[in-house]
Design a protein around this ligand. Structure first.
Ligand SMILES: *[C@@H]1O[C@H](CO)[C@@H](O)[C@H](O)[C@H]1NC(C)=O
Ligand SMILES: *[C@@H]1O[C@H](CO)[C@@H](O)[C@H](O)[C@H]1NC(C)=O
Ligand SMILES: *[C@@H]1O[C@H](CO)[C@@H](O)[C@H](O)[C@H]1NC(C)=O
Length: 706
């Protein structure tokens, strides 16, 4: 069998060898291929007839040879088997021509040994002449054929033949393949071997590479590829050993003409190395490098060796964070390092105009941070809570609602003041974004200051005629119109106090309350205060059934909207539980009522009247009662004020106004103008509702109608 390897075969792997074997012979004939079979002469085991010519074509699979084993051969012997014979033909040539009998010198008997054909096909021809003269009638032949594997390896060792493999040959059924000793690789021809490059892929973060066989000189005909590929976050550095030698040709340009080590780094010109000097350190700046070592079939290179290491990619040092800092603080930041940014107290993290709860960023393989740095912005406490009837001023240099800003709350003095004992309250914008007081957290409220008019009456005044009031002297005064003209007074932002008799049989909508001026014409130009509800003392009787009973002549009016106090409007203080009514003490009464001539006033007037002893007052009223019958009883819920000589008094139209007493520098509502027999008479006093008797009722009513 011949070996012919097609061009195709050179390129393919060793498994292919089988397919390629004996391709040439293909399609020559269609003889059935068998692994074994029998062939006998005609009529066997009876003697064969004369004048026969029989042909057999035998075939076994490619890669095998045919082996013939005769079980019997008995053919008329003749010289050169001239008359009768069995011919074995291979490839148009007669290999053997058999005749004769076993153990006979005549003819050419194959003997008992099996005979091996040189290929996988044979032609057998059995031919005889007309007859056999002798007594013995030969029987012909019987043979067994089978496919026998060719040991191509052994055959190659025979003298004068080319061994099929350069190093190791391994026979297989119907074929063979070549392999190499350790340290060598099979070349593409599937036959010859080359020293192993130990090349391929290097994926570790460090490693060692050297030329094949190093430190022995490099073999010829090398084409070694080394591919170093690591995680993209690492940069490769090659460190060549000092012993470096690659043949270089002095006379040629370029000198690395036949032997070279080419280093390829992405984005750079490939670098061809040769000569006797080590390149030393080579920073590739890349996570990928390819080395190709080439030797041709001549020359000498003693080889090379290198150790490669990797360094993590470096990211910029993150800085420039104003009012914040980066943790951890490192001298350099490398691939996969993680940083956080924290702002100083009072600052918040901002990114792209939005506040973020926290910030972290990682150094990426491309040397960039995966998250761009945030900024630290000062925190903002927002607008401080509005202070009703007060205002807010910045007392810090920075007039914004930001960290460490300080504001001051002040009530609108002198008409309002804090409900506690302080004049101003300072708040600081703290890191938790809240306005906080240094001492306590209660935001104070501004409460109206009562009974402290801007202009105090000159108490030295000893003239007791009715006087024109000045602006701001009786700022609690209310002009009441409810059927007729009356008085009332402010005691709280939403509460007006008056006499019950002013409001009897009057609808809520008919009640017109006006404040803020001492001139009636001016007042009538203003919108009346809107009434929410009316609360007449439940025990007030008044003038019903022809009887007069002015006990409990007190009523409260609740306003829809609170009044804002100022110079012209201010509440009057209520009595304190321990307030006294000392006889002879001067109080003041103001009103828009009628004067002594009986004409309705256009301007607020007032009189100053002393408190009268209760017994004296009762006696005066009892005296009147003896003359007139329709006079109310005098009770402990009332008091009198006035002069025994008369002339100055409160009168119609003043009803419901306040009788005020001064205590310290403020006025309190001691009485409500209630009733009298007639105005300005001698020995007759004006009667007032004693407000101090009604503290409980007032408090309760106001609390229940918030
Ligand atoms: C080297 O290895 C890398 C990663 O496996 C691959 O992308 C590249 O194509 C290889 N280079 C060569 C020349 O084989
Ligand atoms: C390079 O390798 C040599 C030993 O061959 C060693 O002494 C030297 O420190 C290495 N250089 C670096 C930068 O690793
Ligand atoms: C707050 O009060 C101060 C002092 O009383 C005054 O100067 C300032 O104008 C007031 N501001 C406002 C907004 O009312």
């Amino acid at each position: 069998m011949k070996w012919k390897l097609s061009v195709l075969c050179l390129l393919c792997a060793s498994v292919c060898v089988k397919v390629c074997v004996g391709e040439e012979e293909e399609e020559e004939d269609r003889t059935p291929v068998e692994m074994h079979g029998m062939v006998t002469s005609p009529l066997y085991p009876k003697p064969y007839p004369g004048n026969v010519y029989v042909e057999w074509e035998l075939a076994v699979p490619k890669g095998y040879r045919i082996q013939l084993s005769f079980t019997h051969l008995d053919i008329e012997p003749s010289d050169d088997c001239y008359y009768d014979s069995l011919m074995v033909i291979y490839d148009q040539k007669v290999l053997w021509k058999f005749c004769g009998q076993a153990n006979s010198a005549d003819g050419n008997h194959p003997g008992n040994e099996a005979i091996l054909a040189p290929g996988n096909r044979l032609r057998l021809i059995f031919q005889t002449d007309e007859g056999n003269p002798g007594l013995h009638k030969p029987l012909g032949f019987s043979l067994f054929y089978q496919a026998v594997d060719v040991d191509e390896c052994k055959e190659g060792e025979e003298v004068g033949k080319t061994p099929p493999c350069a190093q190791l040959c391994l026979n297989t059924l119907g074929s063979y393949y070549c392999s190499c000793h350790h340290g060598y690789d099979l070349r593409a021809d599937q036959r010859t071997c080359t020293p192993s490059c130990h090349g391929g892929e290097f994926r570790e973060l460090q490693g060692t590479l050297s030329s094949p066989g190093y430190p022995e000189p490099s073999p010829h005909g090398l084409q070694c590829i080394y591919n170093i590929t690591v995680d993209p976050g690492y940069l490769i550095t090659l460190n060549f050993s000092r012993d470096f030698h690659i043949e270089h040709i002095q006379d040629h340009q370029p000198s690395c003409l036949y032997h070279w080590l080419q280093v390829t780094i992405p984005g750079r010109e490939p670098l061809k190395l040769c000569g006797g000097e080590s390149p030393g350190l080579l920073h590739t700046g890349s996570h990928w490098a390819e080395l190709e070592y080439h030797t041709d079939w001549a020359g000498l290179s003693r080889g090379w060796r290198l150790h490669y290491t990797t360094q993590r990619v470096r990211c910029d040092i993150p800085n420039g964070i104003v009012n914040g800092h980066v943790t951890p603080s490192l001298p350099e930041y490398l691939y996969k390092d993680y940083i956080y940014v924290r702002c100083e107290t009072g600052y918040k993290l901002m990114k792209e105009g939005k506040e973020i709860p926290k910030f972290g960023s990682m150094c990426q393989s491309n040397g960039q941070w995966h998250n761009s740095l945030p900024e630290c912005h000062i925190i903002d406490c927002g607008d401080p809570m509005h202070l009703m009837n007060g205002n807010i001023t910045f007392i810090s240099e920075v007039k914004e609602n930001q960290y460490r800003s300080v504001i001051e709350y002040r009530c609108n003095e002198p008409y309002y003041s804090f409900d506690k004992n302080y004049k101003e309250v300072q708040l600081t914008c703290e890191a938790d974004r809240k306005w906080k007081q240094a001492s306590n957290d209660v935001i104070p409220v501004c409460v109206p200051v009562c009974g402290r008019p801007k202009h105090l009456l000159r108490s030295s005044q000893r003239i007791f005629h009715g006087e024109l009031a000045k602006r701001g002297e009786f700022p609690w005064q209310v002009l009441l119109n409810a059927g007729g003209r009356g008085g009332a007074f402010v005691i709280a932002p939403q509460w007006i106090l008056t006499a019950a008799h002013n409001l009897m049989n009057v609808e809520k909508q008919e009640i017109k309350l006006r404040v803020g001026s001492i001139v009636v014409d001016e007042l009538l130009k203003t919108r009346p205060l809107e009434v929410d509800s009316v609360h007449i003392h439940p025990n007030y009787i008044g003038t019903s059934g022809g009887r007069k009973d002015f006990d409990n002549d007190i009523a409260l009016i609740k306003l829809v909207n609170p009044i804002t106090f100022g110079e012209d409007i201010m509440p009057l203080c209520l009595p304190r539980p321990d307030s006294q009514y000392p006889t002879g003490k001067l109080g003041s009464v103001s009103g828009f009522g009628v004067d002594e001539k009986g004409s309705v006033l256009n301007e607020l007037r007032y009189v100053r009247l002393p408190l009268v002893d209760q017994a004296k007052c009762r006696a005066s009223i009892d005296a009147q009662k003896s003359v007139a019958s329709d006079i109310s009883d005098f009770t402990d819920n009332m008091f009198c004020a006035g002069f025994p000589e008369g002339s100055k008094d409160t009168c119609q139209g003043d009803s419901g106004g306040a009788y005020v007493l001064q205590e310290g520098d403020s006025y309190w509502a001691a009485g409500i103008v209630s009733w009298g027999i007639s105005c300005g008479k001698a020995d007759v006093y004006g009667v007032y509702t004693r407000v101090a008797q009604y503290l409980d009722w007032l408090t309760k009513t106001m609390e229940q109608n918030v």
